[in-house]
Design a protein around this ligand. Structure first.
Ligand code: AMP
Length: 406
């Protein structure tokens, strides 16, 4: 542990929000966390939690991300609520960036060129990268003297070979616009891969696993020798399995068909990203897995049951395909809000994986929830299934620590 770098602030900024976690890297403990919401709007909302205090403050004045971080810093050094005696005790800042394209394969220290690089990728992540840039600029204004590091959600997937990431499109067009598979949730897949290596006692460079980050947004990855071989999300986080409000994979010609019916690109985008998935199919009026499972298992909502079946079907398709790609699989790892908690969805999934050597264990499946880590398959399974809670913030702090100490 470097004496100079100890406390790392992890920031996840959107265009109107800034979430933060302050870590003490001596023991990887959380000193404080919270968020500022409604940045730039009337009545911003500030939520803060430390060992000394937990509060919600509304309205808070936060016209921009600089003001939002100033509010956070004031609370961090407040003698009654905070955990620092001076803001100079923050040694580095790690920023979560959704899209790093093919350019950023590892975390990098921020400079003007990096900010420009993230800006160039805005067409790929129009909802995420602009807010992230506002967050970086705002945080650098408040903490100008410490290293700032960007950690990209796409980076862990950049080990994919062309046979995984290429789309069958004319090369000049694909090359001109950077159209290919990038993958997302990389920080989470990375965290659980490292954790799986520890839990299974298999060195990272010999570890073959299928990592399933199942939440409101979901992605499944094939990890071979500790590196991503393939992943279910694509150029954007819309591809892959069925999700809360996203349609996942479908015939791309549907987009052309809808455009020819007169729907605009924004309308089609809205349908696929915000009105699709569980919300579209479940007949519960919600994208929430708990409501879908309650409705599906009550026996009164056949559409909910079909939606749950469709969801599990999409998980099984990817897991089965990745099993074939990997050849040898040491374990399936589940994480994310659904993977960590929904024993109904997990039970339905494990019931479908018998052909791969998975034997479900209902008692274990019910036990390992709400942050508990453990194996949910039966002892006789030739392919074990583990629940390993993810911690993207800690992964960003570790990566930031690694870069800031160089
Ligand atoms: P995430 O995007 O990772 O926060 O995951 C959100 C999803 O996890 C939602 O579909 C939730 O319904 C689901 N989820 C969270 N907690 C539970 C729980 N206790 N039981 C079942 N599903 C849950």
């Amino acid at each position: 542990m470097s004496d100079n770098i100890r406390r790392i602030l992890v920031v996840n900024a959107g265009s109107s929000s800034l979430k933060f976690t302050l870590f003490d890297m001596q023991n990887e403990s959380v000193l404080a966390k919270g968020q500022v919401e409604r940045i730039g709007m009337d009545g911003s909302l500030f939520t803060f939690e430390s060992a000394k205090a937990k509060f919600k403050q509304a309205p808070t004045v936060a016209p921009d991300h600089t003001a939002a971080l100033n509010t956070v810093c004031a609370a961090l050094v407040d003698p009654e609520k905070g955990c620092l005696s001076s803001i100079t005790e923050i040694n580095a800042v790690g920023h979560r960036i959704v899209h790093g394209g093919a350019k950023y394969t590892t975390p990098v220290r921020v400079d003007e060129t990096v900010i420009e690089g993230i800006r160039e990728l805005i067409p790929m992540a129009p909802l995420h990268n602009p807010g992230a840039i506002q967050g970086i600029v705002g945080c650098m204004a408040v903490l100008p003297d410490v290293p700032h590091v960007t950690v990209f959600d796409t980076a862990f997937h950049q080990t994919m070979p062309p046979e995984s990431y290429l789309y069958g499109l004319p090369k000049d067009i694909a090359g001109k616009y950077g159209i290919r598979k990038y993958g997302f949730h990389g920080t989470s897949h990375h965290f659980i891969t490292v954790r799986a290596s520890e839990v299974l006692g298999i060195p990272l460079d010999k570890l073959n696993i299928i990592t399933c980050h199942l939440g409101n947004g979901s992605s499944i990855s094939a990890v071979k020798n500790g590196k991503v071989l393939d992943t279910s999300m694509g150029m954007t986080p819309l591809a892959g399995v069925l999700m809360g409000t996203r349609c996942g994979d479908m015939d791309p010609a549907v987009v052309v068909f809808l455009a020819k019916q007169g729907y605009t690109p924004d309308q089609i985008n809205d349908m696929m990203n915000k009105k699709g998935g569980i919300l579209a199919l479940g007949n519960t009026g919600s994208s929430d897995m708990r409501e879908l499972c309650d409705a599906a298992l009550s026996g009164t909502n056949p559409e909910a049951k079909t939606a749950l079946d469709r969801l599990i079907h999409s998980y099984v398709m990817y897991i089965g395909g990745y099993y074939a790609l990997l050849g040898r699989v040491d374990a399936i790892i589940l994480t994310g809000g659904i993977g960590e908690n929904s024993y109904e969805a997990r039970g339905a999934l494990l019931d479908r994986l018998g052909g791969l050597g998975v034997i479900p264990d209902d008692a274990r499946n019910r036990e390992f929830r709400f942050g508990k880590e453990g194996r949910i398959s039966a002892d006789g399974s030739t392919l074990p299934v583990y629940v390993l809670p993810t911690n993207e913030e800690l992964m960003i702090a570790r990566e930031t620590y690694g870069i800031a100490c160089k």
